[in-house]
Design a protein around this ligand. Sequence first.
Ligand code: ZN
Length: 244
Amino acid sequence: MRIAVLSDIHANLVALDAVIAALGSIDGVWQLGDVVGYGPEPDGVVERLRSLGARGVRGNHDTTAVTGEGVDWFNPEARAAIEWTRATISPAVSGWLAALPDHLQDESTGADLVHGSPRDPLWEYITSGAVAKANLDALSSTTPFGLHGHTHIPVAWRADDGRLELIRPENGERLDLDDRRTLLNPGSVGQPRDGDPMASFMILETEPASATWRRVPYDIAATQKAMRALGLPGRLVDRLSFGV
Ligand code: ZN
């Protein structure tokens, strides 16, 4: 099986379509939450994911867009964008987001899918070794690997005989997976934050298991133009140019 793993699309349909065009032959699409928030085309992104038959989980932005819950935790720009999103999305899109689980285990691979972290699926950021270790320990006993997003940084954390290994993958880098517990983050499709503005995603393969990280360019100016036309915050528009 060859699965496209996408996270933090953030209503950036131009970026999503560039990723889809680069996928080649795949057996499925998994998405790790934050489908909406920040970007200009929440309904369009959800429609595209539905047409692809994507499976996946709900992120913190998706939850807030549907329920309003957690809005006080957002910084002012993120809050303005999520309030715009909440007022804009269609009832059908809102229903699709609301129906997503916050945790999903794939039966065939055993992979654990969450947005934030295995122990706190919506809100926890895995940004330190201590948090990564606690979450490797929190992975279900039936799976060696967990997929998550939320930080917008492509990275893997692997437990190796009591040691913790941090892998920062380059574009095109493949990591062979075995029975060592591993957390895998594909990076962000719609708002990368690792200093590279290209859309980030991951291809997960089985038999033998591996993860390959990829970057693709997209028409950043087109997304920025749409954001400006909608009056979305300037800082959110500008950051797309820099991938921060
Ligand atoms: Zn996000």
